[in-house]
Design a binder for this molecule. Sequence first.
Ligand code: UDP
Length: 338
Amino acid sequence: MHPTNRGPVLVTGGAGYVGSHACKALAAAGYTPVTYDNLSIGNRWAVQWGPLERGDILDVARLHEVMRAYRPVGVLHFAALALVGESMTQPGLYYRTNVTGALTLLDACRIHDVDAFVFSSTCAIYGTPETMPIREDSPARPINPYGASKLMVERILDDYDMAHGLRHVALRYFNAAGADPEGEIGEARDVETHLVPLAMEALMERHPPLQIFGTDYATRDGTAVRDYIHVADLAVAHVRALDGLLAGGPSLKLNLGTGRGHSVREVLNTCARAAGREVPHATGPRRPGDPPELVADPAAALEILGGDLLAHSQLDTIIDTAWAWHAAAHGRAAATRA
Ligand code: UDP
């Protein structure tokens, strides 16, 4: 199936949502993804394109053991906590997992001679930007511990590059959504807080009606605007970023969004079109910590990673693939119960 064997790549958090899609894309490009995951959030069934090594990102001995066994040519680092609200109430947990976790992994990379590191960063590092769309040189002023923890890792990455020649690409995601276009994997967490999967669950009536957080923003319909990017396009971006580093390219920070913003109501309308029925919903107050609008300027990513990068990131395609995945998963669950 693989055109070439380009070697093993360690994928921390490879059982998670974005990580598992990245594993599929790595395998399609000829790499062997080695998932390193403690399965605290990720799913064992999502690990389909290479071995699973259970382990915690803070477990130094286990990390060394896995890196010694596989000798990865590069690392994709997804293993982290990523909920803004939770980070506000448990900052210590976020800094320890995200910052100490990355530091532990980077030191293991140094020992095992890995100098190509692709990092899951986030638009949360920008806080509430004053100008839109957001460029990579927009001021980084995170407003919650989650964003602050990711920004700290970016700073550490710069220092490790300077001191040790360990090169990185930090990919600052906007809103990842959608599911594998071939339907093999999708977004599935025990505790869900994200708009698109919650809308899908509301459509399946597995969840109380979705609540729209805030209808009084200064946006076109009063609801918050986000830049949704398809998870399959994000996955390909990681592979191309790794390719660039392995070809000797420099460290980079890149926004991964589309440059198009969609309001919560527009997302729900698109879900309704895909499903053929309205998404049951109510309206409520703003969620603390939510900026009114976050839209990327993707020019740098498109130039460096390829102009065809956003092939799946039309909102219709994002929602159609998410709906197909959730409807099939719902069918599977019903069949298991029967
Ligand atoms: N949102 C909402 N209801 C929900 C979940 C999210 O109205 O139950 C809104 C949220 O306020 C934000 C957008 O949907 O404007 C995307 O939120 P999500 O949690 O998916 O991603 P985030 O932008 O926080 O990374």
